[in-house]
Design a protein around this ligand. Structure first.
Ligand SMILES: Cc1cc2nc3c(=O)[nH]c(=O)nc-3n(C[C@H](O)[C@H](O)[C@H](O)COP(=O)(O)O)c2cc1C
Length: 359
């Protein structure tokens, strides 16, 4: 005799999966409605990586791509937006760095191009930029590194927030997503909050949705996707790396602040420590003023992300990567990364409904 709980009939299995998928869709409904997408999965903007090809591939796969403006001038941004629009008719966002000297012009470019979502990164965004974006009919997203700032951003009119944990790749704050989520998610209910940092599997995304997140933002996994234009050696380094290889830059002396950046440890990172030590020595001997020494330290990494992403120099460039890099075992198409994440979340929900002892 075959026990009921030993075999699950295909129709029952399909029905369970459909129910789990419907549950997932309810959990991230605020996120998908806000983004205008099938899945509440964003690919965070990554300088040199998030350009027309990757962004359109993500949006075409049902996620939400975000163009990285970085240091682009307005004309160049307009060109990149138009090129992306030629590759997808689905929504995507544009990430602008608030300290860009031509922020107002960049905002105008986004509005004129009909971009629906502008992400303001790199500090508390200026009120006039928020107003200009909203007056132009687009939605504003911003990063909240603490609850007090999340509340302030909501008061300033920001339409959605991203909370990014220290596990993430690139410039990071000091607090992990585990803690930031507990600090922010229970208390911000009026706007969607997307979580980022260290996310590599659907089960983890599901757990944050259940805590109140509207969706998830990933960077590292998409940087190593097939559609990413990053150099082959950059992607190969991601496939090889373990979580522990994605480390934050170290500051040697509190008088000379170093903005923490998470990336794969390499010869460049080791030389940066020596460079700081030498520069501090030159300051102490009176050869450099404090300002000169600070600038010298800041300039060490100038152009280094490009060196790694575009030229493939993964030993001397800045190979920005989050701890989720350890979960990358192959270069995959964007659509299969997204499908895998959704599948893992759905499977987790199915397992939860399974009778005890069955898995
Ligand atoms: C190579 C790389 C470059 C990045 N560049 C930027 C950037 O220019 N602007 C930005 O707001 N975030 C940047 N990020 C952060 C991502 O947008 C995203 O929030 C982060 O990667 C999410 O965490 P994860 O790496 O653990 O998935 C970058 C991340 C990586 C891996």
């Amino acid at each position: 005799m075959v026990m009921d709980n030993m075999i699950v009939a295909p129709t029952e299995d399909t029905a369970q999966r459909a129910a789990a998928r419907a549950r997932l869709d309810r959990l991230w409904a605020a996120g998908t409605a806000f983004l205008g997408t099938e899945f509440a999965i964003l690919a965070g903007a990554m300088s040199w990586v998030s350009e027309r090809n990757l962004v359109s591939a993500i949006s075409n796969a049902g996620g939400f791509g975000v163009l990285a403006c970085g240091a682009m001038e307005p004309d160049r941004l307009a060109e990149e937006i138009a090129a992306t629009q030629a590759l997808t008719s689905r929504p995507f966002g544009v990430n602008l760095i608030t300290m860009h000297p031509r922020l107002d012009d960049l905002v105008r470019v986004c509005i004129e191009a009909g971009v629906a979502h502008v992400v303001l990164a790199g500090g508390i965004p200026p009120g006039p930029a928020i107003r200009a974006i909203k007056d132009g009919g687009a939605k504003v997203m911003a990063f909240a590194p603490a609850l007090v700032l999340a509340k302030r951003l909501v008061r300033m009119g920001v339409d959605a927030l991203v909370i990014e944990g220290a596990e993430a790749g690139g410039h990071v704050g000091p607090v992990s997503l585990t803690v930031l989520a507990q600090e922010v998610l229970p208390f911000i209910r009026t706007v969607p909050v997307f979580v980022a940092g260290g996310l590599g599997r659907g089960e983890a995304i599901l757990s944050y949705l259940e805590q109140g997140a509207a969706g998830a933002q990933l960077g590292t996994r998409f940087a190593a996707s097939e559609e990413s234009i990053a150099h082959e050696r950059f992607k190969a380094a991601f496939v090889r790396a373990n979580a522990r290889d994605a480390v934050t830059s170290v500051q040697l002396d509190e008088r000379f602040p170093v903005i923490p950046v998470r990336g794969l440890s390499n010869a460049g990172g080791r030389r940066f420590l020596q460079h700081q030590a030498d520069t501090i020595q030159r300051f102490l001997s009176g050869e450099l003023t404090r300002e000169e020494a600070q600038l010298d330290i800041e300039h060490f990494w100038a152009g280094s992300l490009r060196r790694a992403v575009v030229e493939g120099d993964v030993e001397n460039g800045s190979v920005m990567a989050g701890q989720s890099v350890g979960m990358i075992s192959a270069v995959q198409p964007v659509a299969s990364i997204i499908a895998e994440l959704v599948d893992q979340a759905v499977e987790a929900l199915v397992r939860r409904e399974a009778p005890a002892g069955e898995s």
